[in-house]
Design a protein around this ligand. Sequence first.
Ligand SMILES: C[S@@+](CC[C@H](N)C(=O)[O-])C[C@H]1O[C@@H](n2cnc3c(N)ncnc32)[C@H](O)[C@@H]1O
Length: 371
Amino acid sequence: MSQKCYKSAGIEAIHLILMASSNVAKIAYKTLQQGKNLAGLAHKGVTTKIMEVMLPDSKSDFPLNPKLLSDLRDSIDLLEQIDWNEAENGIYPVSQLFEAPWVEWAKKYPLIWLDMPSTWERRRKSKTREIPKKIDQDLYPDYYLQNFHHQTDGYLSEHSAKIYDLQVEILFNGTADLMRRRILSPLKKGLKEFDDRNTSRINVLDVATGTGRTIQQIRGALPDINLYGIDLSGSYLKQASKYLSSRKGDLVQLTKGNAEEMPFSDKTFQGISCVFLLHELPRKARQNVINECFRVLEPGGVFVLADSIQLSDSLKFKDVMDNFYKIFHEPYYKDYINDDIEKRLTEAGFVNITANSHFMTRVWSATKPKI
Ligand SMILES: C[S@@+](CC[C@H](N)C(=O)[O-])C[C@H]1O[C@@H](n2cnc3c(N)ncnc32)[C@H](O)[C@@H]1O
């Protein structure tokens, strides 16, 4: 065999090995997701049965018909396919698909069970304002001082921050991180506007960063940029700081503050993300946050917003959306699913608005025009 033939056989072999390892990784990913789906369903199945026995009056009549189940399954399959494809295409590292603090979650799982009776009780008695007494209520907007999802202490304690991620993971049957990751592609695309700039001069802010899962995903996809996070909950930021410092990557600057009035100068950021915040805000605050994101964004910068799907784009999941605000304490959700977010973005001054739905999440991308 000539040297040229040896070389091309070698390249082919490497290609086959890479393909095989990619297939193995894909199977591992699918298996992991199936496991998470089943674990979420099993948990909810068991807890619903127990709740129905202990609190018969809180029985839900959620119509899970076969067509809805099949639509939900198809939608999850599509989400997983996109999640895999974008990783393979280098939008974020494949390793990110497998990132989950399993040991920590296993340790926290019993806490979720221990928390459940008080959550049910709150729900049964329609108690929605049980906030820790030591909290200085004057420091927060009134809409914030509630037990969103009936969760103990609302967003205002370390206990709540500790179990939040696992609760969300269970709620969405293991798809929460996949839905959050849908902001990465539009964010990277929007930041191309600043390609000629050194990455040390690119600032990205995650608004309502919570426990830091979105910021960690951005850090994986854009390792060299400056990252900032803001949230109203000191406890959630503490949890975020703990989580982020346990992972590889540069420092992230976390600030406690209201997204309606952010302590940042005009035009500070080239990119802004905001995940799962808008549905927890009343109308006025929703617009204020969008306006504020516009203010702190540099002209040419990109704003990527992810939140629940809405009736106008996903009518087939109307029953799921209705059930969400009936079961959980989500005081602004019904208003949110009827709201016109594109109109709000336009009112703030954004242009080039695009939107796509992924399972239970809709992602909008918008640009601040250059003057
Ligand atoms: C549903 S959680 C979403 C958190 C995170 N983005 C995620 O993907 O898990 C909503 C978050 O918004 C924060 N939040 C609510 N109202 C806020 C406001 N006005 N300003 C800043 N953060 C706010 C809460 O403290 C909480 O961390």
